[in-house]
Design a protein around this ligand. Sequence first.
Ligand SMILES: [Mn+2]
Length: 381
Amino acid sequence: MKIKLGWVSDSHLGYSQYGSSKRRRDFALGLKNAVDDMLNNKVNAIIHTGDMFNSNRPSAEDVRDLQHIHNLLIAKGTFLYTIDGNHDHTNPPWPEVLIPNSRGGIVLISTYPKVVIGDLVLRGYSSMSKEALLSRFQEDDMSGIDVLLLHQPIKEFCGFPSPNALAIDDVPDIFELTAVGDIHVMDIRQRPSGGWIGYPGSTEMCSSSECPDKYWIELNFGDRKLVSYDPHKIRTRPVLHWLVNTEAELTAKLDEFDRLETELKKTDPREPMLYVKFPTSLSDVIARVRQKLDPDKYIVVLQPIYLNPESATGVINPLAVQAEDKDISVQDLLNAKVPTEDGLYQIASQMLNPDIDAGKALKEFVEARLAAIEANATESS
Ligand SMILES: [Mn+2]
């Protein structure tokens, strides 16, 4: 029997990246565009491996965006099976706000022992601690499962140390596909048994370090074997990265912008999002960029780099910027000036990350402070 699945993950609905409502829209569109394309490609069902929402407290608007996709899937008679990720994990789980329909729509499968699509058997686990998941692997009957859905970091895919990460070998090598969410990079590998494991990546760019190219994966099964998988590019907002060392370079980039934008708009009508890295010794960069690119229209992320006058040549070396070991960042200054155990240090460091959800981080900081004050008051009374 032939079954075609579409696979996406980490859509982070509701993420107002850089405080931008345009970006919030982009995240909704990332998932919507992927779903439209998967439906056009006549998939039998869709799997989504977690972090549907960016937050476990989605706004009414975010839920409405998901409701639209749910209704579309019902109209097309297609199911989307999902699990909850570390970002949107709640009890009871958020998909319970969606009214189930027997013809199609979004279904949380982590509460079911299995789900059947044609001759394929699926099982999904919510994001949980490594220990909890390992004991589930021991206790649960995993026989007959073809596709396992997880939302976990896996060490071999991480590229950075993560204490809660599984190793590939922690996952029983008995599935045709272990479809995982959490890491926002597409990477799919074959296991010794011949089965496959990996990540499809996110559906919009959640941080400046992610590759802006995003995909949904077409999975073609024949008699319960994965015969082929094909990444399909998702239409997302175009992204430009500029590295500017001199006045002349900035002038050249700004002059070139209109032509580049026209070119990019052929694939997506949205204004490109622009990252500009520049040395703080260069004057007027912010004003010049803002003068050319209306801040109401364009999302521009300025990334000033403070070059160490002792060692620097006065030019940003792209490799040094990447390694961030050569020049003094604002974070370095913070490290030198503020005691790390100070709560203000924590929040200031978080705020220095341009990718942070600032509203959420501040809210958590304030909540923690209030709780500490309250605990103190109870203690002394
Ligand atoms: Mn994620």
